[in-house]
Design a protein around this ligand. Structure first.
Ligand code: FES
Length: 157
């Protein structure tokens, strides 16, 4: 953790903070841009934003934790979202969720130790006709079986 703190390059924040300098209510776009750069919002980035915008760190954390679009921990190179909405649930999503989690050795919402995969459960991906459904990175996989999704997950590098 200490080496992470000392090696993280905060210079990309310069342009972002300059762009929104003096603008009230700019915290959301600032966090969005910072997340685009770092892939998530590391604590040292939030602290730097707080110091340079004079927005209290507690308020920045409040915003970052309120909106689902923001991530406070490093994400995997690949993201698998398994749907457990009603249509998918009645077609066996729970079994898919359990078996994928067992195979990856993580729970929904977690990332594998090697940052290969982040695995999430969501509630309706808008493709109910294909239930059960998952989105692997940006690709929709329908009429899933646990074995098929596990095979796909294992193929991700
Ligand atoms: S409930 Fe799963 S896609 Fe709609």
């Amino acid at each position: 953790m200490i080496s992470e703190l000392t090696t993280l390059d905060l210079s990309p924040l310069d342009g972002i903070l300059e762009k929104y300098a003096g603008q009230k209510g700019a915290i959301i776009p600032i966090l969005q841009h910072a997340q685009e750069v770092y892939g998530y919002l590391p604590p040292e980035v939030l602290k730097e934003i707080s110091q340079r915008t004079h927005i209290p760190l507690s308020r920045i954390y409040g915003v970052a934790t309120f909106y689902a679009q923001f991530y406070l921990t490093q994400r995997g190179r690949h993201v698998i979202r398994v749907c457990d909405g009603t249509a998918c649930h009645v077609r066996g999503a729970a079994k898919i969720i359990d078996e994928l989690g067992n195979d990856l050795h993580i729970l929904p919402g977690q990332t594998t130790d090697d940052y290969r995969v982040t695995y999430e459960v969501v509630y309706c991906l808008g493709s109910c006709g294909l239930a059960p459904v998952a989105v692997v990175d940006e690709h929709v996989e329908g009429r899933l079986t646990p074995a098929h999704l596990i095979e796909t997950a294992r193929s991700l590098k």
